[in-house]
Design a protein around this ligand. Structure first.
Ligand SMILES: [Zn+2]
Length: 340
């Protein structure tokens, strides 16, 4: 299998669709890339319709503080006093009175400056690099103590249940079997498993335990996705399936993307995402982990049978959160999706 086959793009974690491919709302005549003109525009220029149109468009994209027109020009392809005035103002701002002839020539300084300024305003994207965008990783890492506490709470809950799960004795000391199994049954439907249930819980416990190993050294196991230039804010994260156990490929990490910005300010959201990715990352069974997405009370999640819940990433995440926080209202940031 090639690298792509191992990389599990976390489709369920997308926040917004990428709309860049369909700019139907934009004027089809909007100049793409740098503005190019064929003849001079402005005072005494040839003022070819398309050239004027593009210059007007470009000037309107420049902020007034940078010499752009205020109010904005009417973009009509006709070069009148307002367009010439706007060119003069723009030139005065950047080149002083000496460079203020009211005319823009192809490939000269005014056009270069205009392209330089307007490019800032076109399709803004967040730059993503380990040098400049470490704040995204840092924003997630600040929640590691909380995430550890969630994973710990999940392990405690499971270990308490392990002592009673296969017991048929009623009236044990301490908490009843029912109360110890309540959260596990809510999320994983553990009691629906036929036969001995302790091994099932042991496997889940081991999963969470591996997660703690990662959370002990998050800097060794996480990184930013810096390969998708021009990518808009969309996907939150992805992880190499079973990457934690893969001795042949130590480069596989949990990869956070721009979309994670939205989670960095919300501890439980950060925990939900991180634990979801951790479940992919520590998987030994090759299960992709996307049987349903959402909160435990969502229809898609409720429909999962016990053989799927024990593999499902969002189930692991939601269980850990409720083990830590107690029963929660459905958080507004959870996305609900059913996979087939
Ligand atoms: Zn996923």
């Amino acid at each position: 299998m090639g690298e792509c086959a191992h990389m599990l793009d976390d489709g369920g974690c997308k926040i917004l669709p990428d709309r860049r491919q369909s700019n139907q709302n934009l004027d089809p005549k909007r100049p793409e890339g740098d503005i190019v003109i064929t003849k001079p525009v402005g005072q005494g220029g040839a003022n070819v319709y398309d050239d004027v149109y593009n210059i007007q468009y470009g000037l309107d994209q420049v902020a007034p503080i940078d010499g752009g027109p205020s109010p904005q020009l009417v973009i009509d392809g006709l070069c009148g006093p307002k367009t010439i005035g706007a060119i003069r103002n723009f030139q005065k701002k950047h080149f002083g009175y000496a460079g203020c002839d009211g005319r823009i020539d192809p490939d000269k300084q005014t056009l270069k400056k205009l392209n330089e300024l307007r490019n800032r305003n076109v399709f803004p994207t967040i730059p993503l690099s380990l040098k400049t965008d470490g704040f995204l990783l840092a924003g997630m890492m600040q929640h590691v103590p909380h995430i550890r506490a969630c994973v710990h709470a999940a392990m405690t809950n499971i270990s308490l249940a392990m002592n009673v799960v296969d017991s048929t004795l009623p009236g044990m000391l301490g908490a009843s079997r029912e109360s110890r199994m309540r959260l596990l049954n809510k999320h994983f439907r553990t009691d629906n498993f036929k036969g001995a249930k302790r091994p099932v819980l042991q496997k889940m416990y081991d999963n969470y335990s591996c997660m703690l190993n990662v959370l002990d050294r998050p800097e060794a196991f996480t990184t930013l996705d810096t390969t998708n230039e021009g990518e808009t804010i969309s996907t939150v994260a992805f992880a190499r399936l079973g990457g934690f156990h893969d001795k042949n490929d130590l480069t596989g990490k949990i990869v956070f993307r721009r979309g994670v910005l939205f989670a960095t300010g919300i501890p439980d959201f950060a925990a939900f995402i991180f634990i979801h990715e951790l479940r992919h990352y520590v998987a030994r069974d090759g299960a992709q982990g996307h049987f349903a997405k959402g909160w435990v009370t969502d229809p898609g999640m409720l429909a999962l049978k016990e053989d799927k819940t024990v593999l499902n990433c969002d189930t692991f995440a939601g269980f850990a959160l409720e083990a830590k926080n107690g029963d929660m209202q459905r958080p507004p940031w959870v996305r609900s999706t059913v996979f087939r």
